[in-house]
Design a protein around this ligand. Structure first.
Ligand code: ADP
Ligand code: MG
Length: 689
């Protein structure tokens, strides 16, 4: 075999070959580089191993011993328990794995095991290991893995390829692969930020003397990952600014003033502030690229309308794109109402319109006689052309791909862009995820809205809760009932929307009950939603299809079944469907498992706080996931643990970009290449605006 490089396919590495290389591919390990970057997901610290004789009941310990006896014991209740007795020079300890009879096939007498877990008293001391590792196959198997170090890295494994085998492979090639990797940050920065070098970090992660050192190494790798993202965001922003100046509108205060005077209510202070920020962007020669973030009901639409009118009074057109027909129609209705006194008629372009109707809208857009258009993906079609598109607004922007956003922008000459989102994002994260965007935030809800009372109710209250929903509707209100699945066949243990619908229809002949879920035809779904909006349907049984954007002010009850199945942010979105009118609203979480998490949710209304909590529940991998950030992939960084690294990554990126905003200098070449390879789509992201 010729020399090994980092791009050598793993099958050419010693000890791997075709068969194992196919298995490794399942773990996304294809090249030598991937193997080096296949990082342990946890560690076992063998330096804390306790002699078997010293193990005490009530402790959580790690022990090493040889399997002296083993077997499967059934209990009276039919559960099968795998038992093994471990021995060392000091004594013996019984270990039990309830419900894991299959271990009988892999654990053998004579093997040396490392076990870690809690010890309790049951006819003597007994451990129920949370972890175990086979250290040696037989007594004369040499020193085994123990010799490697006192900290054992545990790697993500796959069927047919145990973590032990993977550890062996990594260990065997580690020195060679580390020798091939180089530091890519300038030495001055390493000193200034007190960072270990990349080769040091890789070694610490794979072969750590202590768990603390492994963690330090991982943090360096995580920092690089976040740094690359910051660099790409900063660089692309720089390129976008350099390559394309934007439109410079003039703040004529004609239509915008008319709108302000015609509004049925005063703007909130947040709305006024956002409008000022947007106007400042639009009247500057740079291209606007702004995110308007506001919880449901904070009034983003009217802010967007001010921006549209600013474009229109400068003789440009504005387009608003929404992710569903229903939302587009809703925007169209609110814009039409707000624009009534100004004698401006917006247009609507939806896929379901008749060909003739679409052709009319297209004609008016092409001639420029239609100044404001609202639509769905239908706006993206090639045949849709604008006379002078000056402003693009995208609602629930995260539901569109980067390419779709870019396609709409591409229909004008560098139009300004305003993106709307109802998902509150903690500031630190927002800067990472949307480092390329300026941000305006609406925090206050307009006054005059009824309060929303949230409560967690257990199954024992089911009847009372149901009665309450019924009575609210009889009194003129409307209710949403949300379930996690459509049909019972999906999950026998969960209440399903269709079942609930049938039950309520029989139970409440005096109320009109509707059903919407993702498997209905869009026409049918829209029809039911329209009926609900009109008040012809009083109780809407639904899955989370109603999550985003639906505005029915008369709806005052949101009943969520199996709330434990939903993320906190999702629950918050659902709750935002009520409390949109003047009367008091209720959000009821009905669950067999009332938890602290649900109670915390019920106790707070602050979308940003909920977003922080939600973040704690999820890995940032999701947040920075493919859809949302131009294929960004965060693998090493963990949140919230590494939140502090975000700031450090930003500082580093600024230091580098201040000197070399396009990463064009030769000494930044390796950095640029790595970042581009990690985030291949980051460039496209910025062409968007
Ligand atoms: P969202 O931010 O959820 O998109 P919308 O723009 O749909 O919110 O506004 C929600 C409702 O609040 C609409 O009915 C709108 O007319 C109303 N609204 C917006 N701004 C104000 C305000 N300043 N005062 C009173 N009502 C307002
Ligand atoms: Mg909205």
């Amino acid at each position: 075999m010729a020399t090994v490089g980092l791009d050598t396919p793993v099958k050419f590495l010693k000890g791997i070959g075709e068969y194992r290389s196919d298995l490794l591919a399942k773990l996304n390990v294809r090249t030598a580089h991937d193997l080096l970057w296949h990082l342990p997901h946890r560690y076992i610290d063998a330096s804390t191993v306790v002699p078997l004789a010293d193990v005490k009941v009530g402790q959580e310990v790690a022990c090493v011993g040889r399997v002296a006896a083993k077997g499967v014991v059934p209990t009276k209740r039919g559960l099968k328990i795998f038992h093994a007795v471990l021995r060392d020079a000091s004594g013996a300890l019984e270990c039990v794995w309830p419900g894991q009879a299959f271990l009988d096939r892999s654990i053998e007498v004579g093997q040396t095991l490392l076990v870690a877990g809690p010890v309790r008293f049951y006819h003597g001391r007994q451990m129920a290991p949370r972890e175990f590792l086979v250290l040696r196959e037989t007594a004369d198997d040499g020193p085994g893995e123990w010799a490697t170090g006192t900290v054992l890295p545990v790697y993500p494994a796959t069927e047919g390829l145990s973590h032990k085998v993977i550890r062996g492979l990594v260990d065997r090639h580690l020195d060679q692969l580390i020798a091939l990797s180089h530091e890519i940050l300038p030495a001055g920065l390493l000193r200034r930020f007190d960072l270990p070098t990349l080769p040091e970090a890789l070694r610490a992660v794979h072969r750590p003397p202590t768990i603390a050192e492994a963690e330090q190494g991982r943090r360096r790798l995580a920092l690089d990952e976040l740094l690359d993202l910051q660099l790409m965001l900063g660089r692309a922003r720089h390129l976008a600014k350099r390559s394309r100046a934007g439109l410079q509108f003039e703040n004529k205060r004609e239509l915008t003033t008319q709108l302000r005077e015609a509004l049925p209510w005063p703007l909130t202070a947040d709305q006024r502030q956002a409008i000022r920020e947007i106007a400042a962007d639009m009247t500057s020669p740079e291209r606007m690229h702004r995110l308007l973030m506001g919880d449901v009901g904070t009034g983003k639409t009217v802010v967007a309308l001010f921006a549209m009118l600013l474009a229109v009074e400068n003789d440009y057109q504005a387009a608003l794109m929404a992710p569903t027909e229903l939302l587009a129609e809703q925007h169209f209705a609110s814009l039409s109402a707000l624009l009534g006194p100004l004698a401006i008629q917006p247009g609507l372009l939806l896929g379901r319109l008749k060909d003739g109707e679409k052709a009319v809208v297209r004609g008016q857009l092409a001639s420029g006689s239609m100044r404001i258009v609202v639509g769905t993906h239908a706006l993206l079609q090639d045949r849709v052309g604008f006379h002078r598109l000056g402003l693009v607004i995208i609602d629930e922007q995260h539901r569109f791909g980067v390419e779709q956003r870019a396609a709409l922008m591409g229909k004008g000459e560098a139009p300004d862009a305003l993106l709307l989102t109802a998902t509150p994002i903690p500031r630190s994260l927002a800067l990472t995820r949307y480092g390329d965007l300026d941000m305006s935030v609406l925090r206050q809800r307009p006054p005059g809205r009824g309060t929303i009372t949230s409560s967690v109710r257990s199954e024992t209250h089911r009847e009372r809760v149901t009665q309450f929903v019924h009575d609210e509707c009889k009194a003129g209100g409307q209710a949403y009932i949300v379930l996690p699945v459509i049909e019972e066949t999906e999950r026998a243990d969960l209440l399903a929307a269709t079942t609930m619908f049938e039950t309520l229809r029989t139970l409440w002949p005096d109320l009109a009950v509707g059903l919407v879920h993702g498997r209905l035809k869009p026409d049918e779904r829209d029809r039911v939603m329209r009926e609900f909006r009109k008040g012809a349907v009083q109780v809407l049984v639904a899955t989370t299809v109603i999550e985003v954007g639906i505005d029915v002010p008369n709806a005052t009850v949101m009943l969520i079944e199996h709330p434990e199945r939903f993320g906190l942010a999702q629950l918050h979105q659902l709750r935002g469907r009520v409390g949109r009118g003047a009367s008091e609203s209720h959000c009821i979480l009905l669950t067999a498992k009332p938890s602290r998490r649900l109670k915390i949710f019920a106790a707070t209304q602050d979308g940003f706080k909920i977003a922080e909590l939600d973040l704690e529940e999820r890995r940032q991998g999701d947040l920075l996931g493919q859809r949302q950030s131009g294929d960004a992939e965060i693998r090493v960084a963990r949140f919230p643990d590494d939140t502090d690294l975000l700031g450090q990554a930003r500082d580093l990126a600024h230091t580098i970009l201040d000197e070399d905003p396009g990463l064009e200098q030769p000494r930044h070449r390796a950095l640029r290449e790595r970042a581009l390879a990690r985030y291949p789509k980051a460039e496209v992201l910025f062409r968007v605006g």
